[in-house]
Write a protein that binds this ligand. Structure first.
Ligand code: NAI
Ligand code: MG
Length: 362
């Protein structure tokens, strides 16, 4: 095979939606649109049950050696009391760290058929297509010191530290500008340079990188204003690049412009290999393992399938095939097909398998 995919279904609905991925890949392979080899590993609670760890060293090694990891979701009440270092989420954190995927891509696309499910009015979101590029491995979530200490007066002091170095901002900015060139040549960079030194450096470095991309329009926006503008007039944005903390929040705001959690894909990319130019890459739906509906065959597979479309686009340059899949999702929705989470009115709903099959047949 030309390319390798490593599948990590995980727990709960992760395993159910991954079945639809396997069918999709079997089809693209049989049509000779792709030449993928696939291997499947265990992550989260399912790995803990078998190996007493959230992910084994072998599976981490396979993930790092593959051309792309396709991840379902992990977690569930069954594993609430396992030792902290082996909790299901530890699999995700370890993979992100070892694969060094510093660029988190979160698209917010509003499918016309679902525009009425948005938190905003139809005219504000119809045709919306934004890409938030969030720095994922630096900033205040990782900076040291990170402590809670007891004070002499009986109170406590908590410290988190926002740290960014030039190279971290430079590389995420380059990802955003590169992506902008494949879209509409427009980048908004969001920070808080009015009150934060890290914001001052962020802005300086992004503007510097922007000089290498003179064909791309660069706008600066304060992160709080970005939150407001996303809700007021989201279609003014195309690519938005921001740090780990602001990106966490702004991407969740953007997500809710589009309807359901079951619709949202994501990608996390590492640095290009100096020899091959290939980036390590990790694709997953934004949602979790949905224990409340697991095992019922009713999970929405669209976020998972759209994550595979992102893999085709960003890891393999198969833009046409990715677009066909995205168009198939849109067409199925226009036909009125709905899983329970995106059902409107009293329309009949379909299960995971039927939704996956409908997308495949389109
Ligand atoms: P969740 O995303 O699993 O579910 C939230 C709500 O959305 C639930 O009502 C669920 O039924 C619904 N939902 C989510 N995805 C859906 C889909 N594809 N189709 C239909 N409905 C869907 O978040 P929650 O409930 O906070 O967490 C459940 C478990 O998942 C926890 O153990 C949590 O730690 C884990 N989790 C894992 C993530 C990951 O693997 N990346 C991300 C978020 C949570
Ligand atoms: Mg979040």
């Amino acid at each position: 095979a030309t390319h390798s995919l490593f599948l990590l279904p995980g727990d709960g609905i992760g395993t159910e939606i991954m079945v639809e991925v396997e069918k999709l890949i079997a089809w693209t392979n049989s049509e000779q649109l792709t030449d993928f080899s696939t291997d499947t590993g265990l992550a989260g609670g399912s790995a803990y049950d078998r190996h007493q760890v959230a992910i084994t060293d072998e599976d981490v090694a396979k993930a790092k050696a593959s051309d792309a990891v396709i991840f379902g979701a992990v977690g569930g009440p069954k594993w609430d009391n396992v030792p902290y270092e082996h909790r299901p989420e530890a699999a995700l954190l370890r993979l992100r760290k070892e694969m060094a995927v510093f660029a988190n891509l979160r698209p917010a696309i509003c499918y016309p058929a679902l525009a009425d499910a948005s938190s905003l009015k139809r005219e504000l979101v119809e045709g919306l297509d934004i890409l938030i590029v969030r720095e994922l491995t630096g900033g205040v979530y990782f900076g040291e010191p990170k402590t809670i200490t007891d004070l002499e007066n009986g109170q406590k002091r908590a410290i988190d530290t926002q740290v960014y170095e030039t190279y971290e901002i430079d590389r995420i900015a380059r990802v955003a500008f590169d992506l902008a060139r494949t879209r509409n040549n427009k980048v908004h960079s969001a920070d808080k340079k009015n009150v934060m030194k890290s914001g001052v450096l962020w802005d300086e470095v992004v503007k510097g990188v922007g000089k290498d991309f003179s064909d791309v329009e660069l706008h600066h926006i304060l992160a709080d204003n970005a939150a407001m503008q996303l809700v007021r007039n989201p279609k003014q944005f195309d690519v938005m690049v921001t740090d780990n903390l602001f990106g966490d929040i702004l991407s969740d705001v953007a997500a809710m412009l589009t309807g359901s959690l079951g619709m949202l894909p994501s990608a996390s990319l590492g640095a290009p290999d100096p020899v091959t130019g290939k980036r390590k890459a990790f694709y997953e739906p934004v949602h979790g393992s949905a224990p409340d509906i697991a095992g019922k065959g009713i999970a929405n597979p669209i976020a998972m399938i759209a994550s595979v479309a992102m893999a085709l686009r960003y890891s393999f340059g198969m833009i046409e095939l990715a677009t066909r899949i995205e168009n198939a999702i849109s067409a199925v929705l226009s036909d009125g097909l709905r899983t329970g989470d995106i059902a409107q009115d009293n329309r009949k709903t379909v299960g995971t398998e039927e939704m996956g099959a409908a997308i495949l047949s389109k």
